[in-house]
Design a protein around this ligand. Structure first.
Ligand SMILES: Cc1cc2nc3c(=O)[nH]c(=O)nc-3n(C[C@H](O)[C@H](O)[C@H](O)COP(=O)(O)OP(=O)(O)OC[C@H]3O[C@@H](n4cnc5c(N)ncnc54)[C@H](O)[C@@H]3O)c2cc1C
Length: 416
């Protein structure tokens, strides 16, 4: 673990006079402090560090840390990685078996790779190392309790105080909250949500013969609860098996996972990890900043509402947050800070916001008519081609609806 420079200085001297050499009456002032070292935080730290700024990345866990996640890397995630980043694929997917509550299974195949699978501890750690190579300082075992933008802990109007659980206070010109779905920074910003889901997963080590059967192929099962689905993602000698559904149906979601595992004949294998995690989607009018603090990734509720794909949303919003945090760090007054924060919100809404609104619509239809989705994907070639294009990254839901009036009409027809 690398120690952050100046981290031992715990006394804050209140002052209106801050200098631009990174000191505030003796205390180190970071240009950008990023809270949380998942894909969103590592991306933000990388973007701010390559711009030559003093960046501190704070992470409560020791790295590598486990994260409940399928680890599916679709085209937009691959395209949002920093230059020179080698994806640590555990498998490359060329086939998808679709089933509807375990029935009507049909496998679709593709010569071209559809998407890849990674292990999150490995992938996330590698992203953090990239940010470190670009110049960001990492501090692990550092849990942030809160941020303050006014009061005695804040020496001047250009600073934000980042208060750690042990009472230590750090100073920054701008803060990026990337602390995931239980975000404290999101609470400070006032993030509003209109969808929260519960994902349950088991990492199941399997014998070689079973692993061989799954190699290169995933299973997607449209589930019994509205908007739910399950998956099997193979990663060599381990299968990641999970389900996701609206929060509030904990017992039914757990039963779905148990039945799913039993149906697949995997109940006899002991999972090495069983865990659960929430995913959250922001409301349309949810803030993305407050003063000198920006939020991104799960902390901001940026996630595709239908598939709950969040890695590309975290990488893309993290990079934007890092870039705009640099500008906020340079802002000399509240008006300029506000302008830069609004620019960040605009960039998010113009890209990820559009994808989210189409995803929301897809989820509404899927909740009511999962059978139509299943029939389309397994029996209607253009629907499968669209799915393949989206996972490869050659198109997106937004592009399809924008550029193909037929796609819009098909959505409306299914909707009716
Ligand atoms: C069951 C499940 C399966 C999923 N499968 C996929 C998938 O296959 N593909 C996909 O694209 N997406 C998937 N997602 C979504 C994806 O996992 C998330 O969207 C993604 O991890 C968001 O990244 P993030 O960096 O915003 O947050 P996180 O990855 O959650 O990182 C947040 C980090 O902040 C740290 N932190 C939290 N609080 C503090 C604090 N107070 N102080 C300091 N550090 C803190 C945490 O330790 C963590 O390291 C899945 C989600 C679930 C629940």
């Amino acid at each position: 673990m690398r120690q952050a420079a100046g981290s031992e200085q715990q006394t804050i001297v209140s002052s209106e006079n801050s200098s631009d050499d990174g000191q505030d009456d003796g205390q180190q002032v970071w240009d950008v402090v990023v809270v949380g070292a998942g894909p969103a935080g590592a991306s933000a730290a990388y973007a701010a560090a390559v711009a030559g700024r003093r960046v501190l990345l704070l992470e409560k866990a020791e790295l590598p840390r486990y994260k409940t996640c399928g680890g599916g890397i679709i085209g937009p995630s691959r395209d949002a990685l920093p230059p020179g980043f080698e994806l640590p694929f555990r498998d490359r997917i060329h086939a998808v078996t679709f089933s509807l509550e375990g029935r009507f299974a049909r496998t679709r195949r593709s010569k071209q790779m559809l998407f890849g699978l990674i292990n999150r501890p490995e992938f996330d750690h590698q992203l953090v190392e990239h940010a470190q190579k670009a110049g960001a300082e990492l501090r692990t075992g550092a849990t942030v309790s809160r941020v303050e933008q006014h009061g005695s802990a804040v020496p001047d109007r250009r600073s934000v105080a980042v208060v750690l659980q042990d009472g230590e206070t750090l100073l920054a010109r701008a803060v990026v909250g990337a602390d995931g779905s239980a975000s404290r920074i999101g609470a400070h910003v006032g993030v509003k949500l209109d969808q929260v889901d519960l994902g349950l997963e088991a990492e199941i080590p399997v014998p070689e013969t079973v692993a061989e059967d799954w190699k290169g192929r995933v299973l997607i099962d449209w589930g019994p609860l509205p908007g739910s689905y399950g998956w099997v993602f193979p990663k060599g000698d381990t299968l990641t098996v999970g389900v996701i559904s609206a929060r509030g149906e904990g017992a039914a979601t757990k039963r779905y996972l148990e039945d799913f595992i039993a149906r697949l004949g995997l109940a006899g294998f002991e999972p090495s990890i069983s865990s659960g995690h929430l995913t959250r989607c922001r409301a349309d009018d949810s803030p993305l900043s407050r003063g000198r603090v920006l939020v991104c990734g799960d902390a901001a509720g940026l996630l595709e509402p239908w598939t709950r794909e969040g890695i590309s949303f975290a990488l893309r919003s993290g990079r934007l947050a890092g870039e705009w945090a640099v500008r906020i760090a340079e802002a000399h007054d509240a008006v300029d800070t506000r302008r830069q924060a609004l620019n960040y919100a605009f960039a998010i809404k113009a890209g990820l916001g559009v994808e989210m609104s189409i995803g929301r619509r897809m989820l509404q239809i899927f909740e009511r008519r999962p059978g139509v989705f299943h029939a389309a994907l397994t029996g209607f070639r253009p629907a499968w081609k669209a799915f393949a294009g989206i996972t490869r990254g050659s198109t997106s839901l937004g592009d399809m609806v924008r550029s193909h009036p037929m796609a819009e009409r098909a959505l409306s027809r299914i909707d009716r």
